[in-house]
Ligand binder design. Structure first.
Ligand SMILES: [Zn+2]
Length: 248
């Protein structure tokens, strides 16, 4: 069984950044997990919520609805504070993500690079940094050995990808992106990706901008292969599971 994990920062990242790819692989029988680090309680658009707590609850429900549309096998949402991932204790967050990897045992992990994706959000960058460490450490028997029991064992994920793009949004701070090494054709899944994004109804003021940004580029999601258990030169891929050992 192939398993694909996606580590994000906010509810809606799973749809906007990775939705087509999540759907495509699920349709091919791959088990999928999204681990979202915050419930998005610092969002500008608040959907009528009267407090951060109320917005967090609202956005958790929206995340569940989006993951339902994206047919995510195992959605997980944490309660780290939105907008403040760079202030969190690195060891604690990586510990939690390492445990998620050891539980789900993905062969492929996708997340953000240090650029923070097209929005350059610092939370995206931090999610990617935490996930990159967890990707490495989950496979080592000398990291967080207190997690081990009859079910939780070291797990070496084979490939790490950063979501990337071949455009930037106008009027933003400079973003230096990882070059894309994999282009995933998401044509058949595009409309469901948009629907999943729109399941985040508290964020509806963002919908027109989102649609405008993705409609012109609906055909594919781009990734950068950042680590692989195999050695060798990089080549352009059209499948994140290319060369992956299913039994591991
Ligand atoms: Zn985000």
């Amino acid at each position: 069984m192939f398993r694909l994990m996606c580590v994000t920062a906010h509810p809606d990242d799973e749809a906007g950044g990775f939705g087509g790819t999540l759907l495509k692989y699920r349709a091919a029988g791959v088990e999928t997990s999204v681990v979202c680090l915050t419930p998005g309680q610092a969002a500008t658009h608040r959907g009528g919520a009267k407090s951060d707590q109320e917005l967090a609850e609202m956005r958790k429900r929206e995340f569940a609805a989006s993951c339902e549309l994206l047919k995510v096998s195992r959605p997980v949402i944490f309660d780290y504070p939105d907008g403040q991932l760079y202030l969190q204790n690195l060891n604690r967050v990586v510990y939690a993500l390492t445990l998620e990897i050891r539980k789900f045992r993905p062969q492929v992990l996708m997340t953000f690079g240090s650029d923070g994706g097209v929005t350059s959000h610092p939370d995206h960058a931090m999610a990617g940094m935490f996930a990159s460490l967890a990707f490495q450490w989950a496979g080592r028997s000398n990291r967080y050995a207190d997690q081990f029991n009859s079910e939780i064992q070291p797990h070496r994920t084979q490939k790490l990808y950063f979501g990337t793009a071949d455009f930037v949004l106008p009027g933003r701070q400079p973003i230096t992106m990882p070059p894309h090494t994999a282009a995933i054709d998401i044509k058949p899944y595009f409309e469901t990706k948009v629907a999943a994004f729109k399941a985040h109804t508290s964020q509806s003021p963002l919908f027109p901008l989102f649609e405008q940004n993705v409609r012109n580029r609906s055909e594919r999601e781009l990734f950068h292969l950042a680590a692989w258990t195999k050695f060798g030169a990089i080549k352009q891929e059209t499948d994140l599971f290319e060369g992956v050992d299913e039994s591991a």
